[in-house]
Design a protein around this ligand. Structure first.
Ligand code: COA
Length: 175
C-alpha cells in the first residue's frame, strides 16, 4: 500500500466507476450509488463526489457531499456553546456516502477523504454561505471511525438507538 500512488479529486464524466470491492453485502448500496448515480448527480449539482484513484484510474475510495440541516428540539443536544441562534434547524453539509475499498482499509484513506471534505467546506463554503456543521448518518459499525475524525454523536437515547445515528462536527473547531 505504501508504494501505491493515489490521486484525490472530483469524479469526471469519463471516469471508470466499477470495481470497488466493499466486502459486506450491507455495503452494496454504496457500490451501486457509485456505479449508477454518482456521475449524474455530480453533473446535476445534486451530490458532489470526490474519489481516490489508483495508478490504473480505478476508484479505491470515495466521499459524497450534499447540503443539509440538523434539526434539534433541545439546544443542549447539539453542544456548541457560543451559538446564539433562534431556530431549530442548523445549516450543515452532510457526508451522504463514504466508502473505502476493503483492500485499502486501515491506511487512513477514509480519514483523508473526511479531512479533504472538511477542508473544502471550510475554505469554499463557510466564507460565503451560512454553514456551521458537518453531519453524517453513521452506520453503527462506523461510529468509532467518525469519532476519530472529530464527530460527536447527538446525545439522545432515540438517536443512539437509530440504525444510523446522527453525528455532527462543529466546523468552527476545524483548524
Ligand atoms: C468506515 C471506512 C470508510 C473507514 O475507512 P478506512 O480507510 O479503513 O479508515 P482509516 O484508515 O482512515 O481510519 C481512521 C481511524 O479510524 C479507525 N477506524 C476505522 N474504521 C474503524 C472501525 N470500523 N471501528 C473502529 N475504528 C475504526 C482507524 O483505526 C483509524 O484510527 P487511528 O487514527 O487511531 O489510526 C471503511 O471502513 C468503509 O468503507 N467501511 C464500509 C462503508 C462504511 O461504513 N462507510 C461509512 C458509512 S456512514
Amino acid at each position: 500500500m505504501s508504494d501505491v500512488d493515489l490521486e484525490l479529486r472530483a469524479i469526471e464524466p469519463g471516469d471508470k466507476v466499477t470495481g470497488l470491492s466493499l466486502g459486506d453485502p450491507d455495503f452494496q448500496p454504496l457500490k451501486t450509488f457509485l456505479q449508477r448515480d454518482a456521475k449524474g448527480y455530480h453533473a446535476q449539482n445534486l451530490a458532489k463526489t470526490y474519489a481516490f484513484f489508483d495508478e490504473n484510474a480505478k476508484i479505491v475510495g470515495y466521499i459524497t457531499l450534499i447540503c443539509a440541516e440538523i434539526t434539534t428540539e433541545r439546544k443542549e443536544d447539539l453542544p456548541a456553546p457560543d451559538l446564539t441562534y433562534n431556530y431549530k434547524s442548523y445549516p450543515a453539509v452532510k457526508i451522504a456516502r463514504l466508502a473505502v475499498d476493503k483492500r485499502f482499509r486501515g491506511n487512513d484513506l477514509g480519514k483523508s477523504l473526511v479531512h479533504f471534505a472538511l477542508g473544502m467546506i471550510k475554505e469554499a463554503i463557510c466564507p460565503i454561505v451560512g454553514c456551521r456543521f458537518a453531519v453524517v448518518d453513521s452506520k453503527q459499525k462506523s461510529i468509532k471511525f467518525y469519532e476519530k475524525c472529530g464527530f460527536t454523536l447527538v446525545d439522545t437515547v432515540s438517536n443512539r438507538d437509530r440504525p444510523e445515528p446522527i453525528m455532527f462536527l462543529d466546523l468552527h473547531k476545524v483548524p
